[in-house]
Design a protein around this ligand. Sequence first.
Ligand code: M6R
Length: 608
Amino acid sequence: MCGIIGYTGSKQVKPIIIDALTTLEYRGYDSAGMAVCNNQKNRTDVYKCAGRVRDLEKKCEFKDIDSTCGIGHTRWATHGGVCDTNAHPHSVGKVTLVHNGIIENYKDLIDEFDLSSALTSETDTEVAAAVLDHFYEKGHDAKKAVKSAVKKLKGTFALVIMFSDIPDVIYSIRNVSPIVATLSEEGAMLASDNTALCRFTDRYFVVPEYTIVELKKDKVTMWDLNDNEITPQYLTMDWEKNSAEKNGYPFYMEKEIMEQPKAIRDTISGRTRAGIPNFEADHIPDSLFTGCERICVVACGTAMHAGLVFQALVKSRLNMHIDVELASEFMYSDPVIDEKTLVIAVSQSGETIDTLEALKYARRKGAKSLSIINVKGSSIARESDYVLYTNAGPEIAVASTKAYTTQLALFYLIVYKMAHIRGVLSDDEIRECIRNLKRVPEVVSSVLDEKNAVHVIARGVLDAKDLFMIGRGLDYSILMEGSLKLKEVSYIHSEAYASGELKHGPIALITDNTPVVALVTQERIMSKELSNIREVRSRGADVALFIKADLIQSSTREFDTFVLPNLPDELMVFPASVALQLLAYYVSSDKGFDVDKPRNLAKVVTVE
Ligand code: M6R
């Protein structure tokens, strides 16, 4: 969703803004814009348009922009259609600002400040600019005006502001929607997320909520709403400098799929001692896992699918009660939560608002909380009692891949840890589990080595309109993620179905040449699964089979087959998921789609 950048310093700002907005494209957007400080004319110049960052770049191509201070924005439309006028920045009077989030009471504010005839766009953002300008006109005191204006705003917002008569200074304030900032020798910078900052510096701080930030060329100052100065709490990004670049791959999705062996290894690394899971470096006490009677996972999309695999493991290994809830439904479903509940929030970005709100709700009910997050210092991480970071590096493609498998790696460590401290498995049994878990990166590598074979299968479904993915038990959970992956990047309607459920309705949709992807990795339910595959085959389905090597039989050779390298059944989720990611990737790229930016989707979902 909306991306934000702001810079004031010694360098020309236009290329900095364009570069940063290009980096932020992955968040999903439909318009782009920037505002720069024009010191000669004592004004703020705004350039904006519906379309891509390259359209904005063209728009400014022949403009003589000589400025070292400016703000930029990519918009994902919420209030008002996609058009030049609704694009950010918005200017009212001396105020120019960009915004991420939603001003829920914008209609009331239009009435209260009598703005209806003054507004030119349909956005809630322009209303915020008008309210701020109203207060600024009263005393020309930027801090006071920001303070008074935000007291009027309801909703979520990250506002980044310039005043035309305060040259080379940028202000910002936020509620929920994130802003990170930094100061380096080249100037001061802020952004909606640190992928935009990582090529400049590896140090950044998260701007606390309801804190006014003032960026000058050589100084960053923050105050709370009572005028107390706040010291920035700097964090260090452990992302390598070029880790947010494509490094020769045509798409980030392919690059991120290929990075999984390393990402999984990095996630496990340092979290075992003498072959036993150990979270001391993450400051997680054993009591977190011994003190709970039930577990509740809250997450969205792919992260929720990782939770489903965890659920199967918790049931099979720990015999414990666990719920996995869609974060967007959680609060409205009267969840059973108490102080004996461990709530686990899972999120790559750490900013998904549904997950954040679900976590806050669970904590209000007394639950202890742990989050599994990729982005350090993100909102969900800060809201949780404890955090386990997936060390996946930046994930830029909208379709989540390495975040999912590293979330899984942490879930396996958690289950083995709990099995150990709750006395369910012996030390030797745990060591055996960890030995197998540590084989995952090498097994995933061998799937990646065979990617051309998946590509061949992908060619067979390019023209499909609808597709089924069928499996049982753990395979069904894996396919839910595989199916999401395919539909989001290829636009093929794909349904994951528990195979045994087919004959209770959906088998009516199977006719000649209906593509069916079948997954067989679980020995104990294999024979039932193979019967279900034959049921769809005898109704004309074209079956592509993904099967664990050890489970191949003479009767399975009639299908187009991709052989998955062996691991214990419990861990087959890793090679199977990676093969399904490759399937989705090849279908999308062969169809000529913009794989990394599927239509209508955003990488970071900051609206409910
Ligand atoms: O950042 P999060 O992990 O909280 O994001 C959750 C979902 O929005 C995300 O997994 C989404 O489903 C992906 N596009 C799936 O590939």
